[in-house]
Design a protein. Structure first.
Length: 425
């Protein structure tokens, strides 16, 4: 019995000593950010110099920049490491960071134990700048790309094929143009309109190839004349692609957010039209709604509402799709008009028809105002200067979003099919 008690005592003693030893081994490192100062402000192109002191760390440091609780991709370099001091640089090179407060987080380790220190900084957004307008014009299989830059300089390039759609990507510094049936999808550098790449036609020769092309933020989307949508990179490669269910063919689109777009689409073998709100990276449809046929344009109003237009019973109809409720409501009816395009920005709506241009207040159903007495084939918006560009016949005009007359921008020898605005990002 005594022998058993002695063994128990020795076992408890050994266990206690072991636990005490383990507790002593749980050494937490210390980390302190010495630079930059709290609340330091940085602009695009700046290098953020960070000085860090650490104690009792055995595995280096892990630097991050946070927006809220989300890690932001921010390139950095550990420039120097001497004893317990680190000097590193973060490089502000992302044109798409939003203005706001960010946190530098430096984490260091001692075995499995870690410690972090934070320093709040202020990031000013890279300012968006208007760089020019691009138009695609022509007839048959002879088309023309025309660029008017912000200083009024004009450059043109001939195209082979029935190119009808154009988009400008400030992120890629490219002009993208797509044909309906003949010719290839083309990309040009904006400054000189030099050819950068072309894509083989996705469908057999003579078949419809593309329904449109768009650039939203850092992404370019080609809407094919089948059920495919391509998300293209700057070299024409696929970042992602997806098919619309059933299948549906996408005709018009607008950006909702960095990860969402709204698309009008027609069922391939029937006259069934819908609006889809989807994630273009995966093609996952988050919301959808039935619409009347032949949607001519969609425009996201920025407040959970998408406005779109279609012809019905010899009228141009403007409808509102509420993303939250899923309800579609017809808001405006313009008799004896054929709708062509629609644009809603900053609480002001534009409807282009074959005969006239109308404006409307998205918050006041039923009321439209005749703005111009000429037909328009395409609308584009310059959000920097709050101006709307209008292609009418072989001429492009611009006007203020809320007020102002039509101002001549450029002209071509033949009809303009589509226009797009170029920014510096």
């Amino acid at each position: 019995m005594r022998h058993g008690l002695l063994l128990n005592f020795l076992w408890i003693l050994a266990y206690s000593l072991t636990m005490h030893s383990c507790k002593e081994e749980r050494v937490f490192p210390q980390v302190s950010i010495e630079l930059p100062d709290e609340g330091s402000v940085y602009n695009y192109g700046d290098t953020i110099r960070v000085r860090v002191l650490v104690e009792r760390a055995d595995e280096g440091i892990i630097p991050n920049v946070l927006k809220g609780d989300q890690v932001v991709r921010f390139p950095y370099e550990i420039y120097d490491h001497t004893d317990n001091e680190y000097l590193l640089f973060f490089f502000y090179r992302d044109k798409y960071l939003e203005s706001g407060n960010y946190d530098i987080r430096i984490t260091t380790f001692n075995g499995e134990n870690k410690s972090s220190d934070f320093r709040e900084i202020r990031i000013n957004e890279f300012p968006r700048r208007y760089r020019g307008l691009v138009a695609v014009s022509g007839s048959g299989t002879t088309r023309l790309i025309s660029k008017v830059d912000s200083s009024g300089g004009v450059k043109t390039v001939g195209l082979s094929g029935d190119h009808t759609y154009v988009a400008c990507s400030g992120s890629f510094n490219q002009v993208l143009t797509a044909p309906e049936t003949s010719g290839q999808f083309l990309a040009f550098g904006f400054e000189e309109l030099n050819s950068e790449y072309s894509l083989p036609n996705p469908r057999p020769q003579g078949a419809a190839q593309y329904r449109n092309v768009y650039a939203f933020g850092q992404r370019v989307y080609a809407l094919l004349a089948n059920d495919r949508v391509f998300n293209l990179n700057s070299a024409g490669g696929l970042e992602s692609s997806f098919s619309l269910q059933d299948p549906f063919i996408a005709y018009c689109a607008d950006g909702v957010s960095d990860e969402r777009i709204v698309v009008s689409a027609k069922e391939e073998t029937a006259n069934d039209w819908r609006l889809f709100v989807l994630n273009p990276a995966s093609g996952f449809v988050e919301k959808q709604a039935f619409t009347k046929p032949d949607v001519k344009g969609v425009s996201y109003a920025g407040n959970g509402h998408t406005f779109f237009t279609y012809p019905f019973n010899n009228q141009a109809v403007i409808a509102d799709y509420n993303h939250q409720t899923g309800q579609v409501s017809e808001q405006y009816f313009i008799p004896d008009e054929v709708p062509v395009d629609i644009l809603v920005r900053n609480g002001v709506g534009f409807l282009a028809t074959e005969q006239k241009v109308y404006t409307f207040d998205p918050a006041l159903p039923g009321m439209v105002t005749e703005r111009f007495t000429f037909g328009v084939s395409s609308l584009a918006y310059d959000q920097v200067n709050a101006e709307v560009y209008m292609a009418s016949g072989n001429t492009v005009y611009k006007t203020g979003l809320s007020t102002g007359g039509n101002v001549y921008v450029t002209g071509t020898t033949e009809k303009i099919h589509d226009i797009a605005v170029m920014y510096n990002k």
